[in-house]
Design a protein around this ligand. Structure first.
Ligand SMILES: [Zn+2]
Length: 133
């Protein structure tokens, strides 16, 4: 997986089969010598993906640009499969809460710890009640 930070790429052509000369450079002018397909696929989809993320998160472009994609990628690839799944759910606001359970299954929307507030993702992060045994 290549992060969106890699997409600021300057490239000229190079192909040993057809004689075209292609050099792909990152923004820091280092030449990319492998994983062309992944890099080109990232370039092809970057704009649509960026627009989707901005629309979904309601971020300003400046906020998006401040995300250190390389650091995220480095940390993410060190996680176990299960940690990646949980982290992805948290990042994309897909973690299941009782609010969702209430909407879909008519279960109690209350936080299982405090039993006072509706369990939303935001509440999970701030609830200071200890878990019940
Ligand atoms: Zn709570």
């Amino acid at each position: 997986m290549f992060s969106l930070c890699f997409v600021r790429v300057i490239y000229t052509l190079f192909c040993s089969f057809c004689g075209l000369h292609l050099k792909i450079k990152k923004a820091d002018n280092s030449v990319i010598t492998s994983k062309f397909y992944s890099i080109l696929a990232t370039i092809q989809h970057e704009k649509a993906l960026r627009e989707y993320i901005l629309r979904k998160t309601k971020w300003m472009r400046r906020t998006f640009d401040r995300v250190d994609c390389n650091a995220h990628h480095s940390a993410f690839k060190k996680l176990t499969v299960f940690q990646k799944i949980s982290t992805t759910k948290l990042i994309h606001n897909l973690a299941n809460t009782n609010r969702q359970n209430y909407l879909y299954y008519s279960a109690s929307p209350l936080c299982p710890r405090c039993l006072i507030k509706e369990e939303t993702f935001e509440h999970v992060l701030i609830c200071d009640h200890l878990p019940t045994a």
